[in-house]
Design a protein. Structure first.
Length: 129
């Protein structure tokens, strides 16, 4: 898996999801993240290959194909790095949106001052002045 198959937000959310819900199936992971089952499988396998998660099976479970995922220390570190990058991206996005809002407001203020509000009541059509 190339490092950027998942963006920082998706990587953070996947690692957080598996940390908080280690018993989730890949189908559950796909549903929770809004991705296909194939992509979930691909991403989980890549996390395993990178050493960010380990897989175990529930030995006491009647379903011997039931697995659980555990973040490794490398996985915990990567989750923190992904969270930091995701936060920085969101802060930059917030600054861009704030600047865009201010630009829109400044465009509206001259338009509002060009048409000053009238102190007279509006005249009804068909009524004599």
């Amino acid at each position: 898996m190339p490092h950027r198959v998942l963006d920082d937000e998706s990587r953070y959310r996947l690692l957080k999801l598996l940390e908080q819900n280690p018993e989730l199936s890949q189908r559950d992971v796909a549903g929770a993240l809004g991705i296909s089952l194939g992509k979930a499988n691909y991403c989980v396998r890549a996390l395993i290959e990178r050493g960010w998660i380990k897989v175990g099976n529930f030995s006491r479970s009647g379903n011997k194909t039931a697995y659980f995922y555990k973040l490794t220390p490398k996985g915990v570190s990567e989750k923190a790095r992904a969270a930091r990058r995701f936060l920085n991206n969101k802060l930059e996005e917030h600054e861009r949106v704030t600047a865009e809002i201010e630009a829109l407001r400044s465009e509206l203020h001259p338009a509002e001052s060009a048409d000053p509000p009238s102190s007279e009541a509006p005249k009804s059509p068909g009524r004599p002045d």
